[in-house]
Structures are given as structure tokens and as C-alpha cells.
Design a protein around this ligand. Structure first.
Ligand code: SF4
Length: 433
């Protein structure tokens, strides 16, 4: 029987002439090794299916959705319309109480926290909250608590104040920069680094301001990569985003455009077919989003990613390492697996900063290193993000990684440990004298 495109007859692997032939005694050794390999993820396999995700919680989410639609007076069609969610964003405790059965103490805490910074949550994101669990990762990311006004932290506005050579621009690196196009988001995340900078008013910056930013880019031939963010780049109306992307297309040295948007997690309905057709006209476009919990990876989010990929947009994820939300190695492993399943590349895990109002989300850097240690080698390299500390004073993202290199000297030998902890020697080429 002809078996390949070259019409070569098929063979069987047990044929000793086959390059894939393995004698039975070797096969037995390989089987023992496979058992040993599997034992290294035994703990994860035991809990894997009990970790809540946006897919396995579907039934409960549907019930919350029905309750929210009843409270807000919406329909099933409204639910699929991002404009309905934006107009009905939940930002008062009276409405939230009807959805989450808040007690008096919780209401008082939320109202007091609101004096220190805005809160708001899209109906969609609110439907992902487990209403009976105050340690629910979705609740913790969206609803303020007393910790926000009790704790003290530092301030680090250096990145914006001293790194903005033109209106709306933040420039920290040699060949790329940011245009901050808006301060609007579908919700105000409780762990947001920019929480102190979110004004009490929603803003989309004027075309004149954006033109000044574009002029700076046009006059800087070394800039090949421009990130539109804010706020959330997808908070812009399609026509305004289309205009900015078109202007960037006209600048020859801009090779790629990136969008910073958390809407895949907070309001995936925003990714409409119309938005995707528009983005398809501005290739290459990358979109960096922020999923922090497997509970955010819902069928709606997956469908939104499908539409973006269909339009040729490349999607990556930047998580923030957050206490009680994703600092558990098994939860983080489930998150990265869910991401690659829906075709989103896990790109970065950021360490949370020591800022006022978000400190309670921080964990030691050692926890982040431990997560990378448990991912690297234990799962596909494609699912292993880079763990990042953002250096103070706008000095940039700095990768942190477990140490594998144990000794490196000029005698041509490297000593290192593998992901599994084996110590190995490696013959290097000698350095030229
Ligand atoms: S979507 Fe991003 S910018 Fe907006 S509040 Fe959340 S973390 Fe901050």
C-alpha cells in the first residue's frame, strides 16, 4: 500500500531495518522511565480536574448571568452586545448587593474604598464571580476591600513622569514605545498598577494629542514597534482605533502594532466581527491581554480569541502574580494550559508592585521563581512564560529565572542542573584567548 506523498510503501516499526526499531529490553527501560516522568506531575494530575475554570463552571455562571440580566433589566441579545455591558457597568453597592448578597460590613468597606479610587465591573465579569465565596479570584480582582485603604505602599510614577518625550508617549526601551490612548477599561482591576492614575472621569485622548505622538514616532526611525494602551486599547471606538492604526501603517519604519487590552477576560463581547475585519486591514497586529485565573477562560473568551486569530491577530498573555488568585503552582499550571488550549501564548508573569492599595496581592519573588521551576520541563516550553520584575524608576522589565547554570569556567566545561534536578557536565567550545 502506498503510504506517503512520495508513494513509498509503508513499513512496520518492529522491522529491525526500521530506524525506529527498539529492542524489547530497551522498550522496558523506556516504560520504566515513562512511569518515573509521570510521577513528577502526580500532584498536579490529582487536582487538575478540580481546579475551577470558566468552562467547567459554566452552569453556575449561566445562573449568575440570568440573575444579573433580571437585576439590570437586560435580554439575551443585550448580553451579547458589549455596548450594553459598558452602559450597564456595575458601580454602586445597591446594584452589586442584589447580585452578590453583600452584608452591611462589605457594603461599608466597598463605599469607603471608593473614596480612594474608582471601582466598576462589567456585568459579564460579575457573572464569573462565585457569589458564595469572598475568596473567589474573580471577586478579589474586581470588588474593593478594606485592605485597599488600610495598607501603605510606595509610589513609582517615574515611568510616566520622566519617560514621556511627547504627548501620550511612554518610552522605556530603544526601539519601541507606548501611546496611552485612553484611561477607560471595562472594569477597574483592584490590582491595577495605574490605580492611582485613573482619573474620576473617562477619557479618550484627542486626535490632536495622538497626532503629536505620531509626529514623534515619524521623526524617530528607530521605533519599529508601537503599543496602544491606556486604559484599554479596545475601549476606543472602532473608527478611532482604525484611524490610529492607519496612521501607524503610513509610517514606514513602524513594523508592528500592538494593542494592550484586558477585554478578552473582562468583556470578550467587545471582540466583534466588525472590529476583527478592521484589525485584519492593519497587519501585523499583536494583542496582549491579561488572564490571571483559569476562571476567566470561558467559552466567550475562547470564541473572541478565535475571531482575533481568524483576523490574523497574534494573541499573547501577560498575567500578574497575585496572592490568593494565581500564586498556587497548580492553578498557574492550569492557567497556562488553558491559555495554550485556546491558542493564547503565555508571555509574561509580572511580579506585583509594592504600591499603596495593591500590596495585599503581593507574594515573595521566590514564589514566582518556584512557579517557573515547576513549569519549565514539567510542561511544554510553549506554555512557560517569562517571570518579570519591573525595575524601579522606569528602568524596564527584568527577567527572573531559576538558576540552572552551576559552574562555567574557561576549561571548556559547564556544570548545570536539568529541570529534573540531574547534575550534568557539558563540553563547551573553549573561549578564544
Ligand atoms: S484593564 Fe488593565 S489598565 Fe484597566 S484597570 Fe485592569 S489592569 Fe488596570
Amino acid at each position: 500500500m502506498a503510504g506517503t506523498i512520495l508513494e513509498i510503501p509503508m513499513t512496520v516499526v518492529n522491522d529491525p531495518q526500521s530506524p525506529m526499531y527498539i529492542p524489547e529490553e530497551n522498550r522496558e527501560i523506556a516504560r520504566e522511565r515513562a512511569v518515573e516522568r509521570k510521577s513528577r506531575i502526580k500532584e498536579y494530575l490529582e487536582v487538575r480536574d478540580s481546579i475551577p475554570t470558566g468552562t467547567n463552571r459554566r452552569e453556575r455562571t449561566e445562573k449568575s448571568k440570568e440573575r444579573i440580566l433580571e437585576v439590570l433589566g437586560g435580554t439575551g441579545d443585550d448580553w451579547n452586545d458589549h455596548r450594553w455591558h459598558i452602559s450597564n457597568v456595575i458601580k454602586d453597592t445597591a446594584t452589586l448587593s442584589q447580585i452578590l448578597d453583600l452584608n452591611d460590613k462589605e457594603v461599608a468597606e466597598i463605599e469607603k474604598a471608593a473614596r480612594f479610587g474608582r471601582w466598576a465591573v462589567s456585568p459579564y465579569y460579575a457573572s464569573l464571580i462565585d457569589p458564595s465565596d469572598r475568596s473567589c479570584p474573580i471577586y478579589m480582582q474586581s470588588i474593593p476591600t478594606s485592605q485597599e485603604y488600610i495598607e501603605k505602599g510606595t509610589e513609582d510614577h517615574y515611568a510616566i513622569k520622566y519617560n514621556s518625550p511627547a504627548p501620550l508617549i511612554t518610552r522605556l526601551y530603544p526601539d519601541r514605545l507606548i501611546i496611552n490612548v485612553t484611561n477607560i477599561c471595562a472594569m477597574f482591576c483592584r490590582h491595577c498598577l495605574r490605580k492611582k492614575d485613573i482619573s474620576s472621569k473617562d477619557m479618550i485622548y484627542s486626535k490632536d494629542d495622538v497626532r503629536a505622538a505620531l509626529d514623534y514616532i515619524a521623526a524617530s526611525p528607530e521605533i519599529r514597534d508601537v503599543l496602544l494602551t491606556g486604559g484599554d486599547a479596545l475601549a476606543l471606538p472602532d473608527d478611532h482605533l482604525d484611524w490610529i492604526l492607519g496612521k501607524l501603517d503610513d509610517i514606514q519604519h513602524v513594523e508592528i502594532k500592538r494593542l494592550g487590552s484586558r477585554m478578552l477576560a473582562t468583556l470578550p463581547q467587545r471582540v466583534t466581527p466588525e472590529l476583527c475585519s478592521m484589525l485584519a486591514r492593519h497587519k501585523p497586529v499583536y494583542l496582549n491581554t491579561q488572564f490571571n485565573s483559569p476562571m476567566e477562560i470561558t467559552p466567550e473568551a475562547e470564541a473572541a480569541v478565535d475571531r482575533l486569530i481568524g483576523a490574523g491577530v497574534i494573541v499573547g498573555n501577560q498575567s500578574v502574580l497575585l496572592r490568593g488568585i494565581n500564586n498556587d503552582v497548580n492553578v498557574m499550571k492550569k492557567l497556562v494550559h488553558e491559555l495554550v488550549r485556546i491558542r493564547v501564548r503565555p508571555y509574561y508573569i509580572f511580579n506585583c508592585k509594592k504600591l499603596e492599595g495593591i500590596r495585599h496581592f503581593r507574594v515573595p519573588v521566590a514564589d514566582g521563581l518556584n512557579i517557573i521551576e515547576i513549569l519549565r520541563g514539567y510542561t511544554s516550553g510553549l506554555a512557560v512564560p517569562t517571570f518579570i520584575i519591573t525595575a524601579p524608576e522606569g528602568r524596564g522589565k527584568t527577567p527572573m529565572a531559576p538558576t540552572y547554570l552551576l559552574n562555567y569556567n574557561r576549561n571548556g566545561k559547564l556544570l548545570f542542573r536539568t529541570w529534573a534536578g540531574d547534575i550534568c557536565e557539558y563540553e563547551d567550545e573553549l573561549l578564544d584567548e
